[in-house]
Design a binder for this molecule. Structure first.
Ligand code: ATP
Length: 247
């Protein structure tokens, strides 16, 4: 068993002081694992990721109950930048590349918080290009003129430029053709196995996510309704009936 990297314990999240969205969510992410956070539209996946990376404040949201620990340290009061320094980076839904910058310029923005010098950043860039050969080919293209798959790869690549230990990935499959989703997930698995990067992956595409993840949690209406190994979930009759084929 791997040691626990992230421990989310009974969190409640409220937006705008009144809208209760997470109603006591608990989940654990082991070091070096890929953990899928599954569930339909509005189940609370994005909100859970925002709570972990401390991006709730920008959305007028707050954790009002429970706590979150990263390697045993309470992190609810940290800023997003402090989370990046602790090796936790979020890739937001909808990709969010800077449209007017080139792919390479986009990637370099991901290294803004690093203090380990140009050579180390260059090394990371080469590593990102090794994992995403498409990005190398398109490095001088303006992001606006690249495909959806390339923009998703760029968003993940940019997160990797921060040299993270854990990446929170929000719906990477959204809007992508099935073979591109396979390609993106294949690279995620590779990064996990070769670089040891831990992933918490929010996905509506349950079939695909469970194929690549080690463990999974299913959220419904702000609560975890099922959890287990990815294999056990993929073979569970309820999951098959209600979730497989979604996305
Ligand atoms: P999706 O796949 O559609 O993004 P999700 O599982 O990621 O779904 P969330 O985005 O976390 O779900 O949304 C959960 C609930 O919280 C929804 O009812 C949504 O309308 C609400 N919500 C999300 N963000 C905000 C916000 N900034 N202010 C108010 N309510 C919000």
């Amino acid at each position: 068993m791997s040691s626990t990297l992230l421990d989310v314990n009974g969190i409640e999240v409220i937006y705008n002081h009144v809208i209760l969205v997470l109603k006591g969510v608990s989940l654990q992410v082991g070091e070096g694992r890929i953990v899928a956070l599954l569930g339909g539209n509005g189940a609370g996946k994005t909100t859970t990721l925002r709570a972990v990376s401390n991006l709730l404040a920008g959305e007028r949201g707050e954790v009002t109950k429970g706590h979150i620990e990263l390697r045993g340290e309470r992190i609810e009061k940290l800023t997003p930048a402090q989370m990046v320094h602790r090796g936790v980076v979020q890739v937001m839904e909808g990709r969010h590349c800077f449209a007017h910058l080139t792919i390479e310029e986009n990637l370099l923005t991901g290294a803004y918080a690093r203090r380990d010098g140009k050579a180390a950043v260059r090394e990371s860039l080469d590593k990102v290009y090794a994992y995403f050969p498409r990005l190398k080919t398109r490095r001088t293209s303006q992001a606006a003129y690249t495909s959806g798959g390339e923009q998703q790869m760029c968003a993940i690549g940019r997160a990797l430029m921060a040299n993270p230990r854990m990446v929170l990935l929000d719906e990477p499959s959204m809007g992508l053709a099935p073979q591109i989703v396979e390609e993106v997930f294949g690279i995620v698995k590779d990064l996990n196995q070769k670089e040891g990067v831990t992933f918490l992956l929010a996905e509506q595409n349950t079939t695909m996510a469970l194929r690549y993840a080690d463990d999974g949690y299913i959220l419904e209406n702000g609560r975890v309704v099922m959890e287990g190994s990815a294999d056990a979930l993929a073979n569970n009759e309820d999951v098959k009936e209600f979730y497989l084929g979604m996305g």
